[in-house]
Design a binder for this molecule. Sequence first.
Ligand SMILES: [Zn+2]
Length: 128
Amino acid sequence: MQRQRRSDTAQEIAVRRLLTASGLRYRVNERLSADLRWRADIVFRRAKVAVFLDGCFWHSCPRHRTAAKANAEWWSTKLAANRERDRRTTRELRRANWTVLRFWEHTDPQRVLRRVLMALATSSQPGK
Ligand SMILES: [Zn+2]
């Protein structure tokens, strides 16, 4: 639910390249369904697999989060709200029978690819 689409990260570009090279078709930054307002970074609609590539700063990755010095309290509230929203999104999607995969921005794209392939393989609705 980011108001503005930030520019693609190197990881996103690398992951999409690997998926395409594996012959997979997917959608990018796609709303998951009319009644779900959430978007995922990479969507396999028929298989109902939603992939989120979470930015280390905005989603407070334990390895790379940094404490902002200016407006510390505002930031900590803001980032906590982001984390809560991530959890809520995942919960709602799982309830709607989506397979939700979340990765940190620092995760190796090859590892992301392997996890996506596994999720697609175990999905009951293979295809797109
Ligand atoms: Zn990180």
